[in-house]
Design a protein. Structure first.
Length: 176
């Protein structure tokens, strides 16, 4: 009996210490990547605004299905294995310089994807910045898993931006 109490007390103390350490990890995590593209803003943002073009550059969407909302193409369905909790990417908002889409998946909080063009006065190129905002719950395993988000999402983001750059610049060179 004494050994069982020691095991239970040790588990409670260990869980409490791990939970307290996890409180030091922020609840909001942003991963950001950027690329300079020698092109105009409209040709860059047209790749991002139109879900029909997403398969050309967004990593992992090559086998996705289109997502229609009220009869309009609004995104892509990545997985519909669980009809109650499908995984999809849906356009949320568009402005002159920015496009926002929500990645909604299963039991996670929606991840905000934002693509923003930044222009500079004395430059012949634009910067396309892509950032993903993760909102984490208080769960210790979710907080510690967030330490790996940079390595999991960073390289695919870089590939996606590189593919946009190649596609846009190829279109420009074929038009000239």
């Amino acid at each position: 009996m004494r050994g069982l109490k020691l095991i239970i007390l040790s588990f409670v103390i260990l869980f409490t210490v791990v939970w307290l350490i996890s409180l030091l990890i922020p609840s909001r995590v942003r991963i950001s990547r950027a690329v300079n593209i020698h092109a105009n803003k409209d040709s860059i943002l047209s790749m991002v605004k139109d879900p029909m073009h997403w398969k050309e550059w967004y990593p992992g969407l090559d086998s996705s299905k289109p997502l229609y909302v009220e009869g309009r193409l609004k995104g892509a369905i990545l997985s519909d294995k669980d009809p109650q909790h499908p995984v999809y990417l849906e356009l949320e908002k568009e402005t002159a310089d920015e496009v926002t889409a929500l990645f909604v998946g299963g039991r996670i909080k929606p991840v905000v994807n934002t693509w923003k063009t930044i222009s500079y006065a004395h430059s012949d190129s634009l910067t396309l910045q892509w950032y993903m905002d993760f909102q984490l719950r208080w769960y210790p395993w979710e907080k510690f898993a967030s330490l790996l988000l940079e390595k999991s999402y960073g390289p695919p983001m870089e590939k996606g931006l590189s593919d946009i750059k190649k596609s846009v610049q190829a279109d420009l060179s074929s038009n000239n």
